[in-house]
Ligand binder design. Structure first.
Ligand code: SF4
Length: 267
């Protein structure tokens, strides 16, 4: 059976193969704090409500006053009001939330789930809702495998040219009690054929390497550790297991992304 890989798997693999092993092969769990658990639940509920809205299902409580008092509903409402162009249906456009695609590459099934995709005659837009507190920098996002894999898979599985595809992240934050909702920020990335070929080359190399590592793992050999000088170990929750110093309490974001990855590729 082909192994499914999401953008989170690729990010972890690129960051540290041993970390990939611990999370996805050994399936070691790492603790997350109640606050992180709460943030994760908030993000999941936001995504669910956005999907309901796209499907035309009720999102807001029947009583307006009640809706206004629910922070997540309020946040969804504010986001939709602040970005009306995103939610204006056009008769010839295909749009779908939680749109899933897969692409076979080597022995793997690359799997993506778009929060919302809008396919028009001459352009395709991939939209992603981010609910973490601080928006990432454009440079960080451009290098992230999500920004690379999502348009790559759409280019390979549709009739759209790479130049016709874009990806936009929308950063949505919880409304603070008694405060106006902050304006949603966004980061927009246009795709092109140069990026596409670079992504293909990097994916091919990464997956070829992974196949070798998985063969070795089947023979009882661990996947390699990232070089300590890269600076990732100090904030990794597996630092003690790797004998690379102490894990800090403030970086369990990777564990959250692990959970998101598992949810993303769940059948
Ligand atoms: S401690 Fe370092 S080597 Fe070990 S899994 Fe984490 S990042 Fe990789």
């Amino acid at each position: 059976m082909r192994m499914r890989l999401s953008q989170s798997h690729l990010n972890q693999l690129a960051l540290c193969p041993r970390r990939f092993q611990y999370l996805f092969l050994d399936q070691f769990s790492a603790p997350i704090t109640p606050e992180q658990q709460e943030n994760l639940a908030w993000g999941n509920q936001f995504h669910r409500l956005m999907q309901q809205y796209e499907l035309g299902l009720p999102v807001f409580s029947p009583a307006g006053a009640e809706a206004r008092s629910d922070p997540i509903q309020q946040c969804v409402q504010c986001f939709i009001q602040a970005t009306p162009d995103l939610f204006r249906s056009q008769p010839n456009h295909f749009r779908q939330s939680e749109h899933r695609r897969s692409l076979e590459l080597q022995d793997y099934l690359l799997t993506v789930v778009y929060d919302l995709v809008i396919l028009e005659e001459h352009q395709a837009r991939i939209l992603d809702w981010k609910t973490y507190a601080k928006p990432r920098s454009p440079q960080w996002l451009a290098a992230d495998w999500q920004t690379r894999l999502y348009p790559f898979v759409l280019t390979e599985t549709s009739s759209f040219q790479a130049e016709q595809i874009s990806m936009t992240y929308w950063f949505v934050r919880a409304t603070q009690p008694g405060k106006a909702a902050p304006a949603p920020a966004s980061a927009h990335f246009r795709y092109n054929s140069t990026l596409h070929e670079r992504n293909r080359a990097d994916l091919t190399a990464l997956l070829t390497q992974l196949t070798q590592w998985l063969d070795d793992y089947g023979n009882g050999k661990n996947l390699p550790q990232v070089h300590e000088a890269a600076g990732h170990c100090a904030t990794c929750s597996f630092a003690r297991r790797c004998n690379r110093g102490q894990a800090t309490a403030d970086n369990h974001a990777w564990e959250i992304s692990r959970i998101e990855a598992i949810q993303e590729i769940a059948p």
